[in-house]
Design a protein around this ligand. Sequence first.
Ligand code: ATP
Length: 309
Amino acid sequence: MITTRELVKKYGRVAALQGLDLDVPEGSVYGFIGQNGAGKTTTLRILAGLLVPDGGWAEVAGRDVVRDPRGIREVVGYMPDFFGVYDDLRVGEYLLFYAAAYGIRGEPARKLRDDLLELVELGHKREAFVDTLSRGMQQRLCLARALIHDPAVLLLDEPASGLDPLARVEMREILRELCRMGKTIIISSHILSELADLCTHVGMIREGRLLRQGPLGEMLAGDRVRKFILRCNGPAEAALEVIGGWAGTEILNVSAGQVEFSLSGGSADVAALLKAVVGTEAQVVHFAQTEQSLEDTFIQLAREVCSSC
Ligand code: ATP
């Protein structure tokens, strides 16, 4: 549904994208993860037809972002990370204004306004001034605006940023509904735990290059590095000594009687390590693998890239 190849974008001497290859399947909710300045907004703006790349190409639903800007506007709904300032404009008027920009007027526009306000749970705010809405409500209104022409693809730049936990949950529910409606959605974020709940696929970007992408399950299940927790009845020094000296381990945290560590290796290695620890005087009462989070995966991949630089 969305493909980029060797995508390059420079701002003067800053190389924001350095050969980005994305593959976003149709109907997926694609979490686009990266730290500040990684190139997420630049990518989304190129996909929305708002920025012209300096190299490579990008296609959304079969439309080339440079050669077919009109086609791109038809299929793409873009929600920027900045809402803008709208003095003296009411919520309902705001949506009618954008509907008119797409040639939708009169009764169809009013029906659309009401349907979209209901979808984003802002029906009760139709007559409120846009500037009086809370941040969460403004985000939802911005999403309604992005949906005005019923696009097949939604590009959402940090839709959850600046929202309190409740507003995030509300935003997540709306995004789930859009997913059920069959939209293909890219969500950029650096709040990784938010994305894990929502996404079917994940792409990780760093310094304008893709580190890795794929279905969420595959990204989390990878056996690159696994984290473990070991708890002892009493001191853990003997266990710590074995674990610390084991090839491929990294001690992550030590507290009374407890060691958290990572281990890169297969199951046989894990079993051998546990056997060695049990063979010491440490009284092991608990040993378990902890779940790999998106955060862990991202940090691990970023470290691997750094060490190969
Ligand atoms: P954030 O999470 O902070 O929004 P991002 O991943 O969206 O970051 P971009 O905004 O795409 O990253 O920026 C990528 C790089 O390009 C950064 O180094 C940024 O400083 C630079 N950049 C972005 N826009 C401009 C601009 N208009 N002029 C100059 N440099 C820019």
